[in-house]
Design a protein around this ligand. Structure first.
Ligand code: MG
Length: 331
């Protein structure tokens, strides 16, 4: 089990939203907080009649962030397909190759049925015929995806070597390549201070764009261990340069709308997004007008629904995606 901390801007927005709801409650008539509908044998058919397609997050829904699959998740997706629904996957995790993981767990998933930020961003840059170099603060797998798509990616190799600890040394290492036209921020396990400085200086050029994948502030694992996410580094670059990133990871709509509408021609109002996080998964579903289904096998606890912004409250809830097996069984 793990929990995620979102970036401060989102949290601040959430706090404002909660505050506004509280004010409305005081000033106006008492409004009951929306509650999600739990999927049962009694309502599963009306739920299925609302949708043509199912789009699922991966970490916390299909598998844990470790090595175990959520029980019956593969069988559940097979049941949804057998019921005539298109099944696709959208994850913010570009660190692990989701296709390899699907195969390891015995899923029949094709390359065009899953998307993550590096795929979506590569596809977008090709579509707009982006010719300049892209400076990428992310893991090698993220950069390799972009290179395979024909994007010119920097840095070529890791720049994690120790540099002399003087101001002159920092300045010497800032050597802005005039051909860099964009900076990308995602989880970079070998992030270096030198690269962060380079990214800031590229972004100070007026025409240099800023793109983001995952934006978590931190992920906390059982036992209290915490992993710092890319969100704080993105925030540093935004603060220094005054630029706002175009977000390809959830809850930004770019990845999902491009993948579902442009590549798969789906009607988003008849598509359900299945996820375990409120801000990222329910957030992107809300922004894109999809049906929201929350599972409780990942980051969110039922009690979190009491305090989240109203627009993030799911339409439906289910303990585990594996429960679809039983719910869709013909009696
Ligand atoms: Mg997740």
């Amino acid at each position: 089990m793990l929990t995620s901390t979102t970036n401060t801007a989102v949290v601040a927005a959430a706090a404002v939203a909660v505050g506004m709801v509280a004010m409305v409650g005081v000033v106006g008539a008492k409004r009951r907080r929306k509650r999600p509908i739990k999927l049962t044998k009694d309502n599963i058919q009306s739920f299925m009649n609302q949708i043509d397609a199912v789009v699922s997050d991966c970490d916390g829904v299909i598998w844990s962030i470790g090595k175990t699959a959520v029980p019956n998740s593969r069988e559940a997706m097979d049941c949804l397909k057998a019921a005539g629904k298109k099944v696709l996957y959208a994850t913010n995790n570009s660190v692990l190759g989701p296709l390899e993981k699907f195969r390891r767990f015995g899923y029949d998933v094709k390359p065009n049925e899953v998307v993550h930020p590096s795929m979506a961003l590569t596809s977008y840059l090709k579509k707009i015929n982006f010719q300049k170099k892209v400076f990428v603060l992310a893991v090698e797998r993220f950069k390799d995806e972009m290179r395979r798509g024909g994007i010119r990616v920097l840095p070529d190799t890791k720049t994690g070597t120790l540099v002399e600890e003087t101001l002159e040394s920092i300045l010497e290492n800032i050597d802005p390549d005039p051909d860099v036209g964009a900076v990308v921020v995602d989880l970079d396990i070998n992030l270096s201070y030198t690269d962060l400085n380079k990214a800031a200086n590229y972004l100070l050029k007026p025409d240099c764009r800023l793109y983001a994948g995952a934006t978590d502030t931190a992920v906390t694992f059982d036992g209290g261990r915490v992993v710092v996410g890319p969100g704080p580094f993105l925030q540093i670059l935004e603060d220094i340069t005054g630029k706002k990133a175009e977000m390809f990871g959830k809850p930004g709509p770019l990845m999902v709308t491009h993948f579902l509408k442009d590549e798969h021609n789906l009607n988003l109002h008849r598509t359900v997004f299945v996820g375990d996080t409120l801000v990222q998964d329910m957030g992107v579903a809300n922004t894109c007008g999809m049906v929201k289904l929350l599972v409780l096998t990942g980051m969110t606890k039922l009690r979190d629904l009491n305090t989240c912004p109203p627009e993030l409250i799911p339409d439906y809830i289910i303990d585990s995606v594996g429960d679809f097996v039983e719910l869709l069984k013909k009696d």
